[in-house]
Each structure stands twice: as structure tokens, then as C-alpha cells.
Design a protein. Structure first.
Length: 338
């Protein structure tokens, strides 16, 4: 695919007021979600749940793209329309998670490396033919007393860059996702430092691999304290630290940054994004790529019952509307009640 087409897709993914729905839960992960509402994780239930989300009226007003799991990319709506075609018809870009998960990094206790580069070129070709137009690859960086090590950061940055280059070669926009985990008791200051180092390494490797920065999207963590830290930062402090870190590390040629929620509640993830966009203009679009933070309320409203379809779609649209408002810095807590 020509560079201008990659750029056009990347810009559509971070278009004004919209963001990305992460519906790429693996089979074990979606089982945990379903277990929480006492619903059996069968292929049909998984298809019905994803169909509920994608068929929500007007959700495309606030959602620009959807990350799918391999199974979901191959599934169809009730009327037989393949999910990628259904999304495309609504002006929503279909995407696909392509990594094989984070596995223990040999010789480096408590650190991980994401696998999945073997035969990735062939898989990307198939995903393009199935209708996907962007990809995601997640690397995880853990903060501890003596970690992360420089080697772990380098190894994951190199894998992210190789993945991104292969995706662009296949005509797919890569979402590059280096996540500094919120697990642990570290301070917000430690998170900012580790994230800054990680992003510097990632962009060094992206440029070394000749990745077109205008044709990619970055999906980082927000700068927050570890969940076990006694002193949690306020919304404004998180927003200022995150924007400061990104301005130090992310080239202006990147069209957009879509944050992961990383275990935050739906409201808190919305508040943080809102505060960042309220700070003023930025070199890139600041958007979202939320999974549980967009879906949790809808999942609970659905409860596996077809009779709850309307209530579940209403809950999903309401959260998407709130996060869409945060894209402009216009979200208020009053919207939660409305």
C-alpha cells in the first residue's frame, strides 16, 4: 500500500471526537469477563456479545476503529455480514491483534518479551484479505526494585519496530503499544521516568527500521502511580505528567496517541483523557483505545440475555459518548447522570 493510504487510514483512526474500541480479548480473557456475569464462553455467546457492540446505533459517531481478535475477525453478524464489512459500512476501521502474548524473558526474572514475529508476514497478508486495515502489538514493561532492565526495554522496542515495519509492508497501519504496567507500588515519578526511557527506545528502533511515523499510531500507558502506591496522583497531575512525557519523546509526525485504560475504571480513564485535552493544543491527537473501560457497563447490563440488548447498547453508547466528549476536553461528571 502506498504511503498516502497508510497516512489516510491512520488519520481516520484518530479523527476528531472519536477513538478506538479494543474488542480483542483472547478466548481466556473473554472467559474471565463472561465468568463475572455468569455467562458461558461459547463461540455463539462471544459472537452475540461482539455483535451487540457493533450493532449499537450511532456508535460510529464516537468510535473510529475496532480491534478484533482472530476469531472475531472471521465471525459474522446475524444477517451473515462479516464483522469487518459491517464495521467498514459504518465508517469504522477494522483492526486485528497480531501478537502472541507476553512470555517470560529468559534470564531476566519478572520481565517479559512479546512473541509472534515468526510467520507474521504471512498472517498479515491473510488479515488484510479478511478486511483488517490496522494491527496492534502489545509489549509490557514491569516496574520493580531492579527492573525494568535496559535489555528488556531494548528487546521489546526492537520487536515492536519489526512488527510495525512488517505491518506497513502489508498495507496495515500499526498501533505500537508499549505498556508500562501499573502493577506495583511505584510512584508517579518513577512511572514517568520509565515511560520516558521506554518511548525513547521505541522511537529509536522505529526510525532505525524505517517505519513511516505518519502511518502509525502510538498506544501508551498514562503516567500514573502503581496501584499499590499509597500516594495516588490526582487527575490534573496525571494529565500534566503524561503530556510532559509525550512531548519529550513522541515526534510530531505521529498523527495520534490512543491511550490504553490499563485497569483504570471507566470514569477515571475518561477524566484523565479529558484533562489532557483540556490542557490545550498538542502536536498529535490525544485519543483512546479502551477495552474494559468502554465495555464494562454494557457487559453487565447485557448479562447474557437477549432481552437486555437495548439496555446494554444504551450503556455502551453512553460511555462512548462520555469518552468522545473527553476527546475535546468537554466531559463533565454531570454527563454520567445524564
Amino acid at each position: 500500500m502506498a504511503a498516502d493510504e497508510l497516512i489516510s487510514i491512520a488519520q481516520a483512526m484518530v479523527s476528531k471526537g472519536r477513538g478506538i474500541l479494543a474488542a480483542d480479548e483472547s478466548t481466556p480473557t473473554i472467559k474471565k469477563r463472561f465468568d463475572s456475569i455468569k455467562v458461558q464462553s461459547t463461540e455463539e455467546n462471544r459472537r452475540s456479545y461482539r455483535s451487540l457492540l457493533f450493532d449499537t446505533p450511532r456508535f460510529e459517531k464516537h468510535v473510529s476503529g475496532v480491534i478484533l481478535f482472530d476469531e472475531t475477525l472471521r465471525q459474522k453478524s446475524k444477517d451473515g455480514t462479516p464483522f469487518p464489512d459491517l464495521l467498514t459500512s459504518k465508517g469504522v476501521v477494522p483492526g486485528i491483534k497480531v501478537d502472541k502474548g507476553a512470555k517470560p524473558l529468559p534470564g531476566f526474572p519478572d520481565e517479559k518479551i512479546t512473541e509472534g514475529l515468526d510467520e507474521l508476514r504471512d498472517r498479515l497478508k491473510e488479515y488484510y484479505e479478511l478486511g483488517a486495515r490496522f494491527t496492534t502489538w502489545r509489549a509490557v514493561i514491569t516496574i520493580g526494585h531492579t527492573i525494568p532492565t535496559g535489555f528488556c526495554i531494548d528487546a521489546n522496542a526492537h520487536a515492536l519496530a519489526r512488527y510495525a515495519a512488517l505491518s506497513q509492508e502489508a498495507g496495515l497501519v500499526p498501533i505500537v503499544e508499549p505498556e508500562v504496567l501499573m502493577d506495583g507500588g511505584h510512584t508517579i515519578e518513577r512511572c514517568e521516568k520509565v515511560t520516558e526511557i521506554t518511548l525513547n527506545h521505541v522511537f529509536f528502533q522505529l526510525m532505525a527500521h524505517r517505519v513511516l511515523l505518519e502511518g502509525m499510531v502510538l498506544k501508551p500507558n498514562m503516567i500514573i502511580a502503581g496501584k499499590d502506591c499509597e500516594e495516588q496522583a490526582g487527575v490534573q497531575q496525571v494529565a500534566e505528567a503524561t503530556v510532559r512525557c509525550l512531548r519529550r519523546t513522541v515526534p510530531a509526525s505521529v498523527p495520534g496517541i490512543v491511550f490504553l485504560s490499563g485497569g483504570q475504571s471507566a470514569q477515571l480513564a475518561t477524566q484523565h483523557l479529558n484533562a489532557m485535552n483540556a490542557l490545550g493544543d498538542h502536536p498529535w491527537e490525544l485519543s483512546f483505545s479502551y477495552g474494559r473501560a468502554l465495555q464494562e457497563e454494557a457487559l453487565r447490563a447485557w448479562g447474557g440475555k437477549s432481552s437486555n440488548l437495548g439496555a446494554a447498547q444504551k450503556a455502551f453508547y453512553h460511555r462512548a459518548e462520555c469518552v468522545g466528549a473527553a476527546r475535546y476536553g468537554r466531559y463533565t461528571e454531570a454527563m454520567e447522570v445524564a
